[in-house]
Design a protein. Structure first.
Ligand code: GLN
Length: 195
């Protein structure tokens, strides 16, 4: 395959950082806002940001349902932080009206690691990556529990912080903010394998 085409859901959040990280991991990356822009994508990233806002905007832009369909049909997706929340089949403590795309059989707890001023960085071992990754946790969720088909990719402090189910990958932390593109590389490899 030539460079796979990977969209970044650009309704809200740290879109630019993902576009840069994907390009560094040898993908062609472009922002996606409208349903038509999902056509032709080999993969999609849902960025970090604020999952409640992202959910509302996705519904408003008419992209929520098309996204669900593409993910259900096997489109490779990677969500970071708010993006992880968007990929959860269930949120433990949703704000009213908050919906998700789903795709990963997991229950997540929003803001589980505390408030904005309790944000932190920590070394995290990620399955499939040699040597620790610098995990940036910003009002990060954790995964409370996963279904039988979900692979736990990373844990930190006794909590699940990265998971994979089929073509869907999610991390509580933000590799796009570190300049280390290995997790994006892992996702690009998943996209290539799916394509
Ligand atoms: N706490 C945020 C939410 O609920 C996620 C924070 C982040 O993406 N850095 O969406």
């Amino acid at each position: 395959m030539t460079a796979p085409l990977i969209g970044v859901l650009a309704l809200q959040g740290d879109v630019r950082e993902h576009l840069i990280a994907l390009a560094a991991a040898d993908a062609t990356a472009r922002p996606v806002r409208r349903p038509e822009e999902l056509a032709g994508l080999d993969g999609l990233v849902i960025p970090g940001g604020e999952s409640t806002t992202m959910s509302k905007l996705a519904t408003l832009f008419g992209v929520m349902e098309p996204l669900r369909e593409r993910v259900r049909a096997g489109l490779p997706v990677y969500g970071t932080c708010a993006g992880l929340i968007m990929l959860a089949d269930k949120i433990l403590d949703p704000r009213s009206g908050q919906e998700t795309v789903g795709g990963i059989d997991m229950i997540v707890r929003r803001n589980a690691f505390g408030r904005q001023n309790e944000s932190f960085e920590a070394a995290v071992d990620v399955a499939g990556i040699e040597g620790p990754v610098d995990g940036v946790f910003i009002r990060a969720p954790w995964v409370e529990s996963v279904g039988a088909d979900v692979e736990i990719v990373a844990e930190y402090g006794g909590h699940i912080v990265a998971v994979r189910q089929g073509n869907a990958l999610a991390t509580s932390f933000h590799p796009e903010l570190t300049g280390d593109h290995r997790v994006h590389g892992l996702f690009v490899a998943m996209v290539r394998a799916a394509g």
